[in-house]
Design a protein around this ligand. Structure first.
Ligand SMILES: NC(=O)c1ccc[n+]([C@@H]2O[C@H](COP(=O)([O-])OP(=O)(O)OC[C@H]3O[C@@H](n4cnc5c(N)ncnc54)[C@H](O)[C@@H]3O)[C@@H](O)[C@H]2O)c1
Length: 240
């Protein structure tokens, strides 16, 4: 998604808890697309770290037009009480996941609101999942170490409604939309990929390339009359 925005000419700040990951990504995107990319190591579970990072980024660029919240506890995150049968999922992990997957989106939007309003083209894009819309079929994970925790679903469902709330409250200066992805191929076990593909009308998992059109559309004037929308990019998974 960052590459797609860079390809469209945007200067970027990349935030992640992994400093090495953002530094490498920033270097390669800046050199491939000739834009300015600012790597920011930040723990999105920390309110003060989010607020101070946003202030630094806005000072650095002198403006902010697009805010994307994508970082999350995901199906491959290793934590006790996360990928576990329902009875073994822990409240502490539920809370830790909601801090990053949902609370951070609220803090980011609130801190960036003045700059986004001032932009004249402010666009908030929250990254969701089909599991914020429908329940999981746990059979597709059988025989793998993957799973689908309750907190993931609750966080993404909450994020969808936060997005709708922002879309009316921040209008008309700022648009707020969601992209709900289906399974994106990221080296998952073959068994899972086969199970997933069988259940997907378009007959394959998504690719990172599939994310590019959606993010470019929602970030740019191509979608200037679109707000409060949930753009589902799932190969038809939720259409059955
Ligand atoms: N991969 C999929 O199949 C899929 C499907 C639907 C939705 N999504 C969504 O797409 C987004 C990206 O997921 P992904 O598959 O690329 O996973 P990923 O693990 O590659 O990316 C998640 C990122 O979040 C970062 N992160 C986690 N905790 C953090 C914290 N406390 N502070 C800052 N950064 C933190 C991680 O370091 C990681 O780089 C997520 O919102 C995910 O829910 C992914």
């Amino acid at each position: 998604m960052a590459e797609a925005l860079a390809e469209a000419g945007a200067n970027l700040a990349l935030m992640d808890i992994s400093g090495e990951a953002v530094e490498n990504a920033a270097r390669s995107i800046a050199s491939d697309y000739g834009v300015s990319v600012n790597p920011v190591k930040v723990d999105l579970a920390s309110e003060s770290a989010i607020r101070s990072s946003c202030v630094s980024v806005i000072e650095h660029f002198g403006r902010l037009d697009i805010l994307v919240h994508s970082a999350a506890f995901v199906g491959t995150t290793k934590l006790e009480g996360w990928i576990a049968p329902f009875e073994e999922q822990s409240l502490s992990t539920w809370r830790a996941a909601l801090a990053v997957n949902l609370d951070a989106a609220f803090i980011l939007a609130q801190t960036c609101a003045p700059a986004l309003r001032a932009s004249g083209k402010g666009s908030i894009i929250n990254i969701g999942s089909i599991y914020g819309m429908v329940g999981p079929d746990l059979d597709i994970y059988g025989g793998t170490s993957m799973g689908n925790p309750a907190a993931y679903a609750a966080g993404k469902g909450g994020l969808l409604q936060l997005t709708r709330w922002l879309s009316t409250v921040m209008a008309p200066e700022v648009r707020a939309n969601m992209i709900s992805f289906g399974g994106i191929e990221r080296g998952q076990p073959e068994k899972f990929r086969a199970n997933y593909t069988k259940r997907t009308p378009l007959g394959r998992m998504g690719t990172e390339e599939d994310a590019k059109g959606a993010i470019t559309f929602l970030a740019s004037d191509l979608s200037s009359y679109v707000t409060g929308h949930n753009l589902v990019v799932d190969g038809g998974w939720t259409a059955w």
